[in-house]
Design a protein around this ligand. Sequence first.
Ligand SMILES: C[S@@+](CC[C@H](N)C(=O)[O-])C[C@H]1O[C@@H](n2cnc3c(N)ncnc32)[C@H](O)[C@@H]1O
Length: 302
Amino acid sequence: MKAKHASDTAGYTSAMRAIANLAPKAEKYLDDSFSVEFLPFPWFLTKPLFLARLFDPVIYSVGMKTPDKLVGFPGMTALACLRHRYIDDQILNAYKTGTRRFILLGAGYDTRSLRLQLPEATIVEVDHPDTQKRKKEILKRRHLQPNCKLEFIAIDFSKPWAETLLSHPYIKDTSTQTTMVIWEGVCCYLQESEALHTIGAARQLLQAGGTLVFDAFSAELLNEGTSVDILRKMRSFVEKKGEPFRWAEDEIPIREIITAHDFKEVDAVSIYDVAADLSEKENLDISKDEILKYLGMYCCRV
Ligand SMILES: C[S@@+](CC[C@H](N)C(=O)[O-])C[C@H]1O[C@@H](n2cnc3c(N)ncnc32)[C@H](O)[C@@H]1O
């Protein structure tokens, strides 16, 4: 991340969710009316258009395609929003079966504490101090109130951090609770050693049982000689933003890593599977052609 600067990519994912929130009924899989509050500059200048509602169809149809095409990797918006919906469902299912603690590693401008009904839960948002500072300022300025207990812990994952987190009062005092750790859209920005360190720390957070949910891009993302033009463009875009991709891995090695960390079960699904499943369950019209396909979702149980 750029020094003293909130994460740009966190701003982009919230912009994508603000756009997905305007989808027509037949295409809508994400309800997120709060993400619009976190739009980064210069996009926040468009907030009045989002709020007017009159322009929803235009913003949605232009927003889902044009920014992705301009930066050269169409399908990124659908990828990020399907990933988010998949994790929403994992959280709601875990809550139904008794999980009350949710730890978001690299939370960014996640709005789940504002929009999901988890009244007895605690959400602990762990993020880089610069991103978290901007988020807290916006929550305060806009008087946004969570529907559950919400706690913040500022941590830089590029420095040794597991001990700081594990001994933090919000964590330490509740180490007997079944927990879900959510690590969404983050591991691609970490060095492999940092990613493995995070999986090890997540395992420790799950001492009393629970699940780690995360996503990872296919290893092809980091293949220097890739023939996939879209992946080269993605790499170069995030590098220019000061948040280069550093780790990506395929399903088989990820299963090996997870098993080596003493997780008992791993469910792996591709982002295409997520779309197909939602299309069927909710009778939605989600075209595979509009999704960037190089992402896997992992649910790892202890
Ligand atoms: C693409 S955003 C994802 C945010 C959120 N999980 C989402 O899906 O919208 C990446 C997040 O990782 C965080 N991050 C990146 N590098 C980090 C680091 N070294 N330490 C702590 N957080 C970091 C950023 O602050 C940002 O919130």
